[in-house]
Design a protein around this ligand. Structure first.
Ligand code: THU
Length: 163
């Protein structure tokens, strides 16, 4: 029997001003995108901004539906749009910003499990890590260095065949 610890490095910035200019700009894009979310059921608006290696930024926000499971999270709206618009272009970073009508979101909201699974496939395909920046409406920014860090033991296409 063998036990292993799996951990990851999380960088905590007290304010967005501590981020690089590029990261600050990306987070601002996510904040702006957040305001256009369609979230009448949860009142929880999320914005995501995807920075591509060709310098382009693609945004997304959560799109809810009266049939709740038919809605989609901000991260997947953004990353699928990036994949559709710029196929094959690698992703450098994703910024995610969340706010609520009911309370002040003062801690970073982490992407849900489905979004992590969707995002990690892009990371696996491009064979380079995607930086993740997270922030609520106010408060600290969390920076994660890779999807693989926040989705350990991930499922991937490698399990679908033995080659
Ligand atoms: N939501 C996101 O957009 N991203 C996440 O990673 C977590 C949750 C959305 C889905 C739903 O519209 C609302 O937040 C409440 O769950």
């Amino acid at each position: 029997m063998k036990k292993q610890q799996i951990g990851f490095e999380l960088t905590v910035f007290e304010t967005p001003q501590e981020l690089s200019q590029i990261e600050q700009k990306l987070l601002s894009r996510a904040e702006v995108a957040r305001e256009d979310a369609y979230a009448p059921y949860s009142s929880f608006k999320v914005g995501a901004a995807v920075l591509l290696k060709n310098g382009e930024t693609v945004i997304g926000n959560n799109q809810e539906n009266a049939s709740y499971p038919s809605g989609l999270c901000a991260e997947r709206v953004a990353v699928f749009q990036a994949g559709a618009k710029y196929p094959g272009v690698a992703i450098q970073a994703v910024a995610i910003s969340a706010t609520s009508k009911d309370y002040v979101v003062d801690m970073p909201a982490a992407p849900c499990g489905n979004c992590r699974q969707s995002l990690i496939e892009y990371e696996q395909r491009q064979k380079s890590p995607i930086t993740i920046l997270l922030r609520g409406e106010v408060g600290p920014v969390y920076k994660c260095n890779a999807l693989a860090d926040i989705l350990p033991l991930a499922f991937s296409s490698s399990f679908l065949s033995d080659s």
